[in-house]
Design a protein around this ligand. Structure first.
Ligand code: GZL
Length: 343
């Protein structure tokens, strides 16, 4: 039975420590990182199991909540894991940096980071490396310059997600002489925002679709942000000449749908809408005809992450990136899939 305690950590970050009753966390025994950071560790778990520190982005979306639940329940069920020290960084990079420094001080065996943005990690990941603690990236990535400071990334191929959205757009608007697009971008500087943008427009350009990006702003992956930005789009551009809204996640797309309806337009008809994630709420909006395409981004990879943590602690060589399986869904799929959604 694992005991859960909740303690404040830094400016608003929440530390959730799960420990087997009576079992203390293990010392750092970091595995051999791939690339430049090779620690003398690699001794694997102590007799009690691994102590894993996880610096999570926050709780901004259904996707994030499902991801946290998947990781926490997988750690709780896995006898190889003695303790998961979970920090909700409230979407603030400084909270994640502080959490990593705490993990180093406590000499956890493995650090897992879901980096809120791609840059600003060199110093703190070097500190983890110097302490002999291997780092795994979960979900989002960081800039290539720092790729030697983590062992592997387990998560989605965000460029491919953008390409899938682009391919549907090219097919859907193939006969139009100019497709006018609004884009709701994710958190500024984050890998999913950067890559879902580049993948999408790469395909439109490769296929020579005539289009105009009328406006693009970040809604920070939240419903409030999506609604607010969409209200600004509507007041600035109107919707009469807009063909498509490309929202980088469900929450922003659902927030935008509220704004579109409040402005007297019919989402899914007056303006076609693409969302990325595939939450139950997203599929319910699809069943209601309020959006037109869903690119799946899978948050349920907790068990796979525990396997990777054990492999890393034991110093196994791993590929730099492991993609989780994901699909796409159109209007003919929404009804059949909605009850299968896990978040
Ligand atoms: C993608 C993940 C994104 C989701 C959003 O892997 O980082 O962050 O698409 C979440 O819903 O906020």
């Amino acid at each position: 039975m694992l005991k859960k305690t909740l303690a404040g950590l830094g400016a608003g970050a929440l530390l959730l420590g799960m420990t087997a009753c009576g079992t203390e966390g293990g010392g750092g025994s970091g595995g051999d990182g791939n690339g430049g950071c090779v620690s003398e560790g690699g001794g694997g778990a102590s007799d009690d199991g691994l102590v894993v520190g996880f610096a999570q982005v926050g709780a901004e979306s259904a996707w994030r909540t499902a991801n946290s639940e998947s990781v926490q329940s997988a750690a709780e069920a896995d006898d190889r894991i003695a303790e998961l020290q979970f920090v909700d960084a409230q979407q603030e990079q400084e909270n994640q940096i502080e959490a990593i420094r705490t993990f180093v001080t406590q000499q956890v065996d493995v650090i897992v980071l879901a980096p809120v943005v791609e840059t600003g990690w060199t110093d703190v990941l070097t500190e983890a490396c110097d302490a002999g603690i291997p780092v795994i990236l979960a979900d989002r990535g960081i800039e290539d310059a720092d790729e030697d400071l983590y062992v592997t990334r387990l998560g989605s191929d965000f460029v491919e997600e953008g390409r899938k959205a682009g391919a549907w757009t090219v097919e859907t608007f193939a006969d139009d002489d100019n497709t006018r697009i609004l884009e709701l971008e994710g958190t500024v500087g984050s890998a999913p925002a950067n890559d879902r943008n580049s993948g999408f427009f790469d395909v439109l350009d490769e296929e020579s679709l005539p289009y105009e990006l009328v406006d693009s702003q970040s809604g920070d992956f939240t419903a409030e942000g999506g609604k607010s930005v969409m209200e600004t789009f509507i007041s600035t551009h109107g919707l009469d000449d807009i063909d498509l809204l490309y929202a980088h996640n469900d929450e922003m797309g659902l927030g935008a749908i509220q704004a579109i309806e409040e402005a007297g337009y019919t989402p899914g008809e007056d303006i076609q809408i693409i969302i990325v994630d595939g939450s139950k709420a997203g599929f319910e909006a699809g069943v209601a005809g309020k959006l037109n395409y869903i690119v799946e981004c899978n948050p349920v990879f907790g068990e796979q992450l525990m396997d990777v943590a054990v492999q890393v602690a034991e110093g196994e060589e791993l590929d730099k990136f492991t993609a989780v399986e994901e699909s796409v869904y159109g209007p003919d799929d929404f009804e059949a899939e909605v009850d299968n959604r896990q978040f």
